[in-house]
Design a protein around this ligand. Sequence first.
Ligand code: APR
Length: 170
Amino acid sequence: MDLRAVRGDIAQADVDVVVNAANPGLLGGGGVDGAIHAAGGPSILAECRAIAEALPGSRLPRGQAVATTAGRLPARWVVHTAGPVWSATRDHSAVLRSCYVESLRLADGLGARTVAFPAISAGVYGWPLDDAALQAVSAVRSVTVEHVREARFVLFGDEVLAAFEAALAA
Ligand code: APR
């Protein structure tokens, strides 16, 4: 499995699976979440609602992942995962890594060949860029896949791209 870091809007990524940096409520938001729902259309939210309703407390536990249609996106599926909120006092690294591991496993199980990841938790959730990138790359590298040939980190901005390129080179 190849790993790449590119700059761009993940909603436009021409891949089989786009991973969404969602929240436990699965009802949309800003950032990646907002871009995916805006570009993908209402069918994604409709499926998110149905999935959320079937979950205990109607919430997706942080670190877990669920799949929906990709609606009008070029992708075939969206895999929604809820990242941890950064804390300076509590180490949530395992939850952040789980977002990548569970999303990749789910995408592989769907038969995806290419998967696009955002920098999960590195925006609104405040995770420091360099560590977010190191956790992401090592988590993705730790997964044994059957079908996925490319994991593509799609990043908004030169600073995030540089952090992921450094993590890939480490
Ligand atoms: N394509 C790629 N990357 C993007 C895009 C986009 N269209 N929009 C934002 N980003 C980048 C951000 O700059 C950041 O580096 O994705 C990274 C993750 O940022 P967020 O989208 O804020 O995700 P996160 O930090 O995980 O926070 C999730 O924000 O939007 C809400 O509903 C969401 O509550 C959840 C929270």
